[in-house]
Design a protein around this ligand. Structure first.
Ligand SMILES: *Cc1c(COP(=O)(O)O)cnc(C)c1O
Length: 370
């Protein structure tokens, strides 16, 4: 029987959901999640003003959102001192990543990133048939200069760097990132993922320069702003790049509720500062919990802490599984060299207490298994 053929690229792709969510774990094990500290969502929650904006706009859900995201785009432009057309808004950084890959990558085009870097980027590049070239991490940091050299060496059309990084939480100062930008060939698009930029120390993000024809800075309302479920991110860059998204983006992808919530969150700096201070305190708590248990926390500029479990990947996986059995949802990096670690998101005292209480038993159980 003839069947409708997929495209040549899609034909080769695996049919997987790359992220196993806590909901799937609950369905599978029947164990209720007590602490949801695995996906780097902000357990501290969004601005109360964003929640009020969602309530105030609930009656408008019969209508599509503004396809131009006008108000949010203009508010972001004012905040960053760029022109509105130098901002594009989409369904989270993940959504924007799909569009930027579609804009530039045809089957066989070369793309450079760190081996073990953000998996969603790999997912999108593979989805358009791009050819990935990987550069190893350097002592748990993405290696900016090696990424730039590799981009030059293979003639890459795109290079990806997250600063601060996920899954390791490490970061580089602005000067290093600027040197990276300067070293990448001008015809190679730089996707600079700053999903955790707000959480990082001052001096981490280079000045925004939209005159560079090849740089896109990606930011999100999902992490520090606490709106992961609303799906809203934005890219800042040269107008030739940001305007190009209009050729292919999903114009009604950002809902009216999302637009209202993001705008309110952006205007509530007091809440953002409170969330950032809370993240800071939680990071310190996670460092202490790790050390109390003989593990080595990796210093982080994000809203999570990656913890070296000091043994192999099987051991770290056993720790993660044993925590899941106690209803504690965390994640871990999967790539060789990083898989010795677990990754724990920041959260309020309640979640930190649950983690602190569950970890010793999980380590004991893991020692029996792996
Ligand atoms: C969480 C995360 C994202 C996803 O952000 P969304 O705006 O929710 O799509 C992108 N990049 C990195 C590095 C992340 O950790």
């Amino acid at each position: 029987m003839p069947v409708p053929p997929f495209t040549a690229v899609v034909d080769t792709l695996p049919e997987t959901v790359p992220f196993v969510g806590p909901e799937a774990i609950e369905r599978k094990t029947g164990i209720k999640t007590r602490a949801r500290i695995g996906a780097n969502e902000s357990v501290f929650g969004p601005s109360p003003k964003a929640l009020q904006a969602i309530r105030d706009n609930a009656d408008t859900v019969w209508s599509y959102g503004d396809p131009e995201n006008y108000e949010l785009q203009h508010a972001l432009a004012a905040k960053f001192g760029v022109s509105p057309e130098e901002i594009t808004i989409g369904e989270g950084i993940d959504g924007l990543m799909s569009w930027v890959v579609r804009l530039f990558i045809a089957p066989g085009d070369k793309v450079v990133m760190a081996a073990g870097g953000y998996p969603t980027f790999i997912y999108h590049v593979s989805g358009y048939g791009g050819e990935l070239h990987y550069v190893p991490y350097m002592r748990d940091h993405e290696d900016p200069i090696a990424l730039a050299s590799k981009a030059r060496e293979v003639g890459a059309k795109m290079v990806y760097l997250a600063n601060p990084d996920n899954p390791m939480g490490t970061w580089w100062p602005a000067e290093t990132i600027q040197a990276f930008i300067d070293a990448v060939p001008e015809d190679c698009v730089i996707v600079l993922d700053e999903a955790y930029g707000e959480c990082a120390p001052d001096g981490t993000m280079p000045a925004i320069d939209t005159s560079r024809a090849n740089v896109l800075r990606m930011r999100t309302f999902s992490k520090a702003y606490g709106l992961a479920g609303m799906r809203c991110g934005y890219a800042i860059g040269n107008a030739r790049l940001t305007r190009a998204f209009n050729r292919i983006r999903n114009h009604f992808g950002v809902t009216r509720l999302t637009q209202a919530a993001a705008l309110a969150a952006l205007q509530d700096e007091e809440h953002l500062n409170w969330a950032l201070a809370s993240i800071d305190a939680s990071r310190e708590r996670l460092y202490a919990i790790a050390k109390d248990n003989g593990l080595e926390p990796i210093p982080s500029a994000t809203n999570f802490v990656t913890i070296d479990c000091m043994r192999d990947g099987a051991f770290a996986k056993a720790v993660l599984d044993a925590l899941a059995e106690q209803g504690v949802f965390i994640r871990k990096p999967g790539s060789p060299g990083h898989d010795r670690c677990i990754r724990v998101s920041c959260g309020p005292e309640r979640e930190m207490d649950i983690f602190a209480q569950a970890l010793p038993l999980a380590l004991k159980q893991a020692q029996g298994v792996a």
